[in-house]
Design a protein around this ligand. Structure first.
Ligand code: CP3
Length: 681
């Protein structure tokens, strides 16, 4: 029996000589074991090869603590799966929903112990088969099962239901029994929604692995990790991760365990296992070069001392080791929409009352933060934007560190100019510069419309990763430059003082101007909706430089295009329409659209809101330079702004423009705390 708890001292290693055990050479391969763990306590959760794992750790100089975290469930014990098949054959299940690829395969594996594949395929061929995303689709194709309805990205239960409701190929659900394949945690929201539509739901769970009968060894391992009694933790599959945290949740020690795990060297056998760890907020320190148990232990032994030393010097707040928190582990990977919808930020966007005033800050992830500078020292700004892992980490770390109520994706308004066919560079001290400026009708003609799914897919990847790493009550804001501000960059070739070339084109070649703005607007609609599909809950348009225009010119040359973009954004997703320098014609800016109007500091908040109308939300207004004042002044000014809102719902605290690079981080923290404290009801 492999159940039990192995806590071995080196001397006991020779005890593991049971028949059937793999030889040490076979397990370790040819990796050198010279350096070794040097007496470190190494915790591992392997079940099937628990004894071999213990011995491997010993042979590399470690003290093993092997607590098997799972037990195999015999296929034949999956009663619900067999019940499902019987009812399917009797024609009682007109609609079958497949949620996951792994689960679909597991279900077939179970059913094929009793029925032939042909029998199953024939029965499924007669009913409506719904697949939640590409993974179940490809699993079903592998079994030659025709898919009636495939759900588009991001494949949450929202899209699932929307697609089922809209599809002519899916019958009305009222009075029908819908079977839902499950693997892991049931999706309660989906089940409820199906029931609301009058369907009976048959849940079809498949179990391949369960918690071990005796959970005490894992519980003891958790306690010892929390007590700081282990230096290395090794995971050989994703299910161990989920079981470990399932037990920690039962013990009420999820946070202490997560914290403890950020102080030990965490080794993961491969990408799926690493994903499970990261989703639970556990940083992974390494994966072996080959996803094998022997290799994992051998490479852990080689690197443990170096990695542990790095972890303790970098500290907990460092970017690279920063734990990516997730309050609740949602094993299906689905976004917790209810929690997001009830967040203070999204409620304020919809002008609903909140318990406190939400705050986030434009440019909250940037050079003023030492963590950002550290990571930026090793990558150019564009490399950072294009590396979705790093971009996600920058956003998540800044949002969690500051304690703000929304995160903004790490990107730049100018990224879109590359797929338009122009060159983009960020040079030290000079700001952005764009090659191949647009100055004439001929130039406009060569401007490409952007297909963001191809050319800006890295932004969408970063959004998916950011969403997965953010706390489930923190909305993620997508963004883009507004048409005028983008136009000003591509016409001038960079920043500008008086927008000479921009205005020359506008006044001199109005037809070219309008063609350019229309093209930009079409690209922006696709880009913003792509961001939303990837996981952004709201979007902001930055019209940073539009304040250089007169009210008439704004109305004639800009408003139609900003409006076109805002109207093109997926309905129901809040849009923040931000501009600076537009105090004198805020009403016109606001008429371009947006659920929330972002303002700078050159106008009084109360006055601005009454001019925009209280049927819109409002954001911003604190002068970014106030963050250079002393804490008492910062607090007093925050309070003064809050008073100007007269307690009306729909105000989002923010600066009037981005945080400056030299801003002291402590002052930002002072501001965030003050806003929360003063506004809490
Ligand atoms: O927290 C966040 O808001 C991060 C995401 C973000 C960046 N740029 C990252 C960035 C956002 C929302 C922007 C928007 C942006 N970019 C705007 C609109 C907002 C505004 O401030 O008006 C504009 C005009 C740009 C264009 C741009 N990008 C400028 C003018 C600069 C500064 C150039 C410089 O050297 O100071 C950038 C670079 C940039 N964008 C940085 C960051 C973190 C700094 C790059 C670095 O690390 O060197």
């Amino acid at each position: 029996m492999n159940r039990g708890f192995w806590y071995l001292h080196r001397a006991k290693a020779t005890a593991w000589t049971e028949a059937g055990m793999k030889s040490e050479d076979e397990l370790t391969g040819s990796i050198s074991t010279e350096k070794g763990f040097g007496g470190y306590r190494v915790v591992a959760f392997e079940a099937r090869f628990a004894q071999e794992m213990a011995k491997l750790i010993v042979s590399h100089g470690g003290e093993p603590l092997v607590a098997p975290a799972m037990a195999e469930v015999p296929l034949g014990q999956n009663v619900s799966a067999f019940d499902f098949a019987e009812r399917l054959f009797r024609g009682e299940l007109p609609v079958v929903v497949f949620l996951t690829g792994v689960g679909t395969r597991a279900l077939f594996e179970v059913l094929e112990t009793r029925y032939s594949r042909a029998q199953l395929v024939e029965a499924l061929g007669k009913v409506t088969v719904v697949a939640r995303g590409p993974k179940p689709v490809s699993a079903l194709r592998g079994f030659s099962v025709p898919v009636t309805v495939a759900v588009p990205e991001p494949n949450t239960w929202h899209e699932l239901l929307e697609t089922m409701d809209a599809s002519e190929r899916c019958p009305a659900l009222k009075g029908l029994t819908v079977a839902v394949q499950e693997y892991g945690v049931p999706n309660t929201e989906l089940l409820q929604e199906l029931k609301k539509r009058g369907a009976q739901v048959l849940q079809v769970p498949v179990y391949r692995w369960a918690l071990p009968e005796d959970t005490r060894p894992v519980e003891q391992a958790i306690q010892r990790l929390i007590a700081g009694d282990c230096q290395v933790a090794l995971f050989t599959n994703a299910m161990q991760v989920s079981h470990l945290f399932q037990l920690a949740t039962q013990m009420g020690v999820t946070d202490p365990l997560r914290d403890a795990m950020s102080h030990v060297v965490v080794g993961s056998v491969g990408p799926l296992c690493s994903l499970a760890l990261r989703e639970l907020g556990v940083p992974v320190d390494f994966e072996p070069h080959h996803p094998k148990m022997g290799q994992l232990v051998a490479e852990a032994a080689q690197q443990a001392h170096k990695l542990l030393a790095q972890k303790s010097t970098r500290g907990n707040g460092g970017f690279v080791t920063a734990a990516v928190f997730r309050e609740e582990a949602d094993k299906t990977g689905a976004t917790n929409w209810d929690k997001l919808e009830s967040s203070a930020f999204l409620r304020a966007c919809r002008r609903l009352p909140t318990d406190f005033t939400p705050i986030w800050l434009m440019r909250q992830a940037g050079r003023y933060m030492p963590e950002y500078r550290e990571i930026r020292a090793k990558n150019s700004f564009l490399e950072l934007c294009k590396n979705s892992d790093l971009a996600a980490e920058v956003t998540v770390t800044a949002a969690h560190r500051l304690g703000v109520d929304a995160a903004i994706i790490f990107a730049d308004i100018l990224l879109i100019v590359e797929p338009m066919g122009l060159g983009l560079r960020f040079e030290k001290g000079d700001g952005p510069s764009i090659d191949g400026m647009i100055r004439t009708h001929a130039d406009v003609a060569r401007l490409r419309e952007v297909e963001p799914e191809e050319s800006l897919s890295y932004v969408f990847d970063a959004i998916r990763k950011t969403r997965a790493g953010l706390r489930s009550d923190i909305p993620l804001i997508g963004f883009a430059g507004a048409p005028f501000t983008l136009a000003s960059y591509i016409v001038e070739g960079g920043a500008s003082k008086n927008y000479r070339h921009t205005k020359a084109l506008m006044y001199g070649e109005p037809a070219a101007w309008h063609a350019m703005m229309a093209s930009i607007a079409r690209s922006l609609v696709k880009y913003l909706n792509g961001q939303i599909a990837a996981g952004a809950q709201a979007v902001q348009l930055f019209d940073s430089w539009v304040g250089c225009l007169s009210p008439d010119d704004y109305r004639d040359f800009v408003l139609p295009y900003t409006r076109q973009v805002i109207e093109g954004v997926k309905p129901g997703v809040p849009v923040i329409n931000f501009s600076t320098g537009t105090s004198s014609y805020l009403e016109i800016v606001s008429s371009a659209g947006g659920d929330v109007i972002g303002i700078d500091w050159r106008v009084d908040l109360g006055e601005a809101w009454s001019r925009i109308g209280f049927d819109k939300g409002i954001q911003g207004n604190l002068d970014p330079l106030l963050l250079f004042a002393d804490p008492t002044t910062i607090k007093a000014r925050a309070l003064r702004l809050l008073e100007k809102t007269a307690g009306r719902p729909g105000y989002i605290f923010n600066l009037g423009h981005g945080i400056l690079p030299e801003t002291p981080v402590d002052n930002v923290l002072t501001l965030v705390d003050a806003v929360h404290e003063f506004s809490r009801k």
